[in-house]
Structure formats: C-alpha cells, structure tokens
Design a binder for this molecule. Structure first.
Ligand SMILES: Cc1ncc(COP(=O)(O)O)c(C=O)c1O
Length: 399
C-alpha cells in the first residue's frame, strides 16, 4: 500500500504498546501487574469532576474557540503567576489536547526541513517522533546514570550546529525523573538568545517534584529568552486527568497564533466540558496534588528499598515524576536474556509483570517501572521481579 512518505519516518508509541499488551492480556483473563502505565492510578479529584458535571448540566457542550475558553486561559496565567511569579497574557496561551498536542503544535510551528532540534537522551519517544513529523532532525545529547541523568548545558551546547533551530528540555524527565538545574537552563537560554535558537520546555511533570529543589524554569526562560521560548504543560499527571486531554502551550504571541491556526484546522477545541474541569483544577485547592505527591513519595522510597535488595538492579530515587529507571545491565547475559527488550518480554510472559524496556527511550539495558500503582501491586510486582532475576541470573553464577 502506498502511504505518505512521512509514515516511514515514525514509529508508534512504544510506551502505549505496553499498555495495549496489558489490556489485551487482561481482556483474555490473564492477571497482570502493570508497571508500564505512564498515568496516575488515582481518580480525578472530586471538585474537578463536579465542575465537569456542572458544565454538562448547563449544556456547555458546544464548540468553543479553537484556542480555548477565556476563563481557562486566564486560569493558566493565574496558576503560573502563583507558582512561578511569571506574567503571561491570554494571547500567549493556547489550550491543547494534552501536553502532547502542545508539543506537537510547537514542533509544527517552529521546525521544518533541514532544521536540527536537540533534546536529551534517554528521552520520551514522542519528543523525537514529533520533530521528525515536522520534517526536522532530532539530535541527541546523552545524559548518564552516574550523575542522576543530569542535563548539562555543556552537552546540549556541544551539539549545536549552524542548522540548530531548537532545544527541547523535559524536566522532570520521563523516563529518568531527573531535573535540569536552573543554572544549566539559564546557560542554555542565554546562548539560545544570542544565536536565535528556540528553547522549549516540557513541564508535564512540573507538580510532581519530591524535594524542595529550585525549579522555576518559566522564570529562567522569561529572564533569558522570552521571545524564543515555549512552555508546554499539562493537567494530565498533576490532577490525575490523563483521559480528559487537557494541556497548554505558552509562548510569544506569534507562535501561539500560528499554533492556534494549526489547531483550528486539525483538532479544533479541547472538549468543552474538560475545559471547565481544568479551570476548577487550576484555580481550586491544590491539596489533592500534594496528597498524591506524598503517596508517590512513599511508593518511590519503598519500591527503591525493595528493588535494591539485589544490588544488580541499579537505580536511584528519581527527583520527580513517578518512574523508577533501573539499569539491568548486570543481569543480562549473552547466553540468556540478552537485551532489556528480551527481559521485559520474558518478565511479562513468565511472571506477568509489565515494565517498559529501555529500548523505548533509547536506553537499552534499562527498564522503566511506573509506580503509579498501589503499594500492594508494587510489593507483589517487586517480589516477582526479584524472583525472575534470581531465576535467570543467579548471583552465585556470576560471582
Ligand atoms: C514527558 C512527557 N511529556 C508530555 C506528556 C504528555 O502527556 P499528556 O498529553 O497526557 O499531557 C507525557 C505523557 O506521558 C510525558 O511523559
């Protein structure tokens, strides 16, 4: 079949593939422990759901402006003012179907053929696939486990060439949970301003940071390259609203107008009811966010303690998001499970535990474990994982 050329350049989402496999197994009656899911297991907080009910009851069910309703744009501006002390106007904001569409709008508005766009690896695969969908070329700046996958300005800037058009930073990062230091982003922003390079930050996990580490990336961008930066955010992870599909893109008016035009001819507005719910999420009490974060923290600490009983499962406690990123290089072997993909397949097959193999993030030799699931599941899943590792890579055989 003759498909458009661009389809040959992209692959489907490997993280969503894990979810689809788990769904299929469950539907056929197989009980699976799902450590693959990149979404909160909590229900959407009640006050947010109540706002959606009210919108329905008031028949708020028609088209809205493609770029979003004014009260949601204002709520986004208010939230960022409160959280970061930055001032945006409504014309600098567009409401999108999740952070994913915010990033896609950005890629389509800013990048094109011949452009290079730098991001850091291991990465969330959508970032690089969207760059390719925009006919540009992704360029990778590696980060490493020995310093917690920290994103260094130096490594990013070393990758700059005359064709560099943009730099995308995801912090907290998926799959590593690492944060970029404000000082590193400042260096990137200053150079970008001098060289006319766009800086895009994906702040999808911005509310899920465990310790009191300075992470005011919107302020850094406002100070260094306000005319050349775009902030992409999302209600999905902070407010347990993945299925509602609500995110936002904030940037210079020209970028937002271009994105609004693109969106007006593709998806149009985000679901009207969702938009009302998002207003409640952003303006209402933020206590549910803190409660979820506290629970994720407990799970993170417990999971880390359980896994590191076997020192060959090398992992650090992530600074943000809800993924434990585990280096399993020490338990792979040339005559058994050779790759992390083999490992993840066999783990699902034999022990009924789903994890995302590092190949999905350009990080072979690792697995990503989502702890957005109950403590009971984490206990049982870690037990099965350790048993599986013990069976396939007995410690004594390697000593
Ligand atoms: C790093 C990162 N950015 C953005 C998103 C987009 O999420 P959503 O479209 O649900 O806002 C995700 C979702 O998994 C993510 O992991």
């Amino acid at each position: 079949m003759r498909l458009a050329q661009r389809t040959t350049r992209i692959a489907g989402s490997p993280t969503m593939k894990v979810t689809a496999t788990v769904d299929r197994l469950r539907r056929s009656g197989v009980e699976v422990i799902d450590f693959g899911a990149g979404e909160p297991d909590f229900p959407t907080p009640d006050a947010i759901k109540a706002a959606a009910h009210e919108a329905l009851d008031r028949n708020f069910t028609r088209y809205t402006p493609a770029a979003g309703i004014a009260d949601l744009k204002r709520a986004i501006c208010d939230r960022y003012r409160t959280d970061y002390g930055v001032e945006y106007t409504e014309s600098q904001v567009i409401v999108t179907a999740g952070g994913k569409q915010a990033l896609y709008n950005t890629a389509l508005s800013l990048f094109g053929p011949g452009d290079e766009v730098i991001t850091h690896a291991p990465y969330w695969p959508t970032l690089t696939e969207q760059i390719k969908l925009a006919d540009a070329t992704p360029v990778l700046a590696r980060t490493y486990p020995d310093d917690g996958f920290a994103v260094h300005a130096r490594t990013i800037l070393d990758a700059v060439t005359p064709r560099t058009r943009g730099i995308i930073v995801n912090s907290p990062g998926n799959p590593t949970g690492a944060l970029i230091a404000e000082s590193e982003l400042r260096t990137i922003g200053e150079l970008a301003a001098k060289q006319g390079i766009w800086v895009v930050v994906d702040l999808c996990y911005e509310r899920l940071i465990y310790d009191d580490i300075p992470h005011n990336l919107p302020r850094v961008l406002a100070d260094t390259c306000p005319e050349l930066s775009v902030v992409c955010g999302s209600a999905s992870k902070s407010y347990a609203m993945t299925g509602w599909r609500c995110g936002w893109q904030i940037g210079p008016v020209e970028v937002i107008s271009a994105s609004a035009a693109i969106q007006s001819h593709s998806t149009s507005n985000v679901t009207s009811i969702t938009q009302k719910a998002a207003v409640a999420a952003l303006l209402g009490s933020q206590a549910p966010v803190t409660a979820m974060l506290d629970e994720y923290r407990k799970r993170r600490d417990q999971l880390h303690a359980w896994l590191t009983v076997d020192p060959r499962l090398r992992c650090q406690k992530p600074a943000g998001a809800f993924y434990m990123f585990v280096d399993i290089g020490d338990v792979l072997s040339t005559d058994g499970l050779r790759t992390s993909l083999d490992f993840a397949d066999a783990l699902l097959d034999e022990s009924r535990v789903a994890v995302t193999p590092g190949e999905a993030f350009d990080a072979p030799g690792t697995i990503r474990i989502s702890y957005a699931t109950s403590m009971e599941m984490l206990a049982e899943g870690s037990r099965r994982l350790l048993e599986f590792v013990g069976k396939h890579a007995p410690q004594t055989a390697r000593a």
